[in-house]
Design a protein around this ligand. Sequence first.
Ligand code: ADP
Ligand code: MG
Length: 648
Amino acid sequence: MDAPIIRLRGIGKDYVIGDEAVSVLRGIDLDIWRGDYVAIIGASGSGKSTLMNLIGCLDHPTRGSYAYDGQDVSGLDNDALAKLRREHFGFIFQRYQLLGALSAVGNVEIPAIYAGTEASRRQPRAEELLTRLGLGNRLHNRPSQLSGGQQQRVSVARALMNGGEVILADEPTGALDSVSGTELLHLFDDLHRRGHTIVVITHDPDVAARASRIIQIRDGAILSDSRPGPPAPSAAALDRPTVERAGPGAFVGRLGEAARMAVKALAAHRLRSFLTMLGIIIGIASVVSVVALGKGSQEKVLSGISALGTNTITIRPGTGFGDRMASRIRTLVVADAVALAAQPFTASVSPEISTQKSATLGAITTSVSLRGVSAGYFDVGGFTLREGMLIDQAMIDARAQVAVLDAEAYKAFFPQGGSVLGKTILIGKVPLRIIGRVEATSSGFGPTQVRVFTPFTTASVRITGSNTINSIAVKVADTVTMADAEGQISALIEQRHGKKDFFLQNADTIRNTITQTTQTMTILVAAIALISLVVGGIGVMNIMLVSVTERTAEIGVRVAVGARRSDIVAQFLIEAVLICLLGGLLGVALALAAGQVFNSFQTAMKLSFSAPVAALAFLCSSLIGVSFGFLPARAAAKLDPVEALARD
Ligand code: ADP
Ligand code: MG
């Protein structure tokens, strides 16, 4: 019992109020020895709590020196001070300051969690402490289910969790009825016998009378000290349960605990958590659906194209897809098709003429897309015959006035259904006998068209009156490679036209074009959806900031029992990430459900979901959680624990 455990020399504390500095503590010299039981008394506002917060390393003095167990405290950084608090001090507050979301055991465990103690060791200890304090049948009750006296005993257990070498109690009986107050004082007597050093602030002379030493404070200075020297030695040996665990294992363990506490915090406010998530849910659902829609329509179109076959080359006027001048180019003619047909590398040639015409059947007149086609057209284009027959070579040679309707044309001209055969359709003034009806196997790209097919010779000679054609599809013979055929076709047509006013397409180039356009569109729309996700993130940040303000006292308690700044940051960051991840999960589920409904109601478009998109959604939402949770988490970590605890 030689050196004091707490040694204060010339301690002063100033507060700046307005532009005036007020000295709350002036030149305090104080030694406290191991096993002391000190009562600090004094009028309200005399500086007792300020002194206690300095002793507990929650606050820094303006002047003077403080040595704890021979070690100068002023040189310690935040983490070292947190370590000092959780290893050596146990705080007991007038208003208990328990965390409402946790059970009694959960509250008692907190200091050990920050010390890195494994659950298997800290849980039995928390239960044992509570049982020792007479709360064996209240282990799993929340603070709101406990009386004031019981809550204060839970907070004593929390103070003892890591050893509680020095117990600092600020008006511990202030909120208790006299019976509970007396019980608590018996408890303090017992702790003192067991070797704990106790510093208690009180108004109450009865409380002070139990202490072995009374210090009176007035206006920030010590007025009297009933026993300035060391106490009589005692033989009690303090139990020192916790050994701090450090290293990566302890760090991961603390993160796990932070995650568990975050889950509890979210569960304690279910509706609010859900509403906070809503922005993320909607954002993720829209991003996922848009990408799925893009992918679905792309797949659909591509499957239509693969029906084209890989050995077909199409010649069109212009410089490429989307060339606006292409329709003015009139150089691609029937004679080109005839010349191509004569080449050794062609298996077959099918020109197509496409023109918008007014068509009449009976009482119905409507605009149709008239297609002058060859015999192979229906096979290559992926059509199935529903009624009658298709256009054949004989009809082409004879420029026969025949027509085949597609499904849209059938709908338009035969609203009541029935057979198309034998009817005559007027294209402009040219009558065509309907010989059949087809249906496209794939819906393809773009708006649906009302299509009427006729031999290209008929279209050229009898309807358009010009031999200009819109495209020529060449099926390449097996004997030559596609590259060879492309070279030869290009050379032939260029020679015939005198310039290159056309372009070639094969299944690959079409596929690439479509893939590119749908990808661009998808990225564009997904970017817009992403904005809603960011808005959702801002919502999360907003609520988290509010929650930091609302939970100031909780943060103060956590810091008082030894949380590092990084622990507080981790807790709030994990909460934000959890909200976003959960929101992401619900968003993906919502998108999947909506996709099911969408796909089952109609067939023209399709949603196609993929695992990478879902993974991306989760990555996105956790990223948003981290970036928008950072600000609130930092705000929480920066809170001054003294002010946080005072605000209740
Ligand atoms: P006690 O616990 O003895 O009632 P305190 O230590 O709480 O007294 O406060 C002592 C004085 O310091 C009071 O006059 C109080 O108004 C002032 N004080 C305490 N904390 C602050 C603060 N954060 N800012 C300004 N003044 C403060
Ligand atoms: Mg006070």
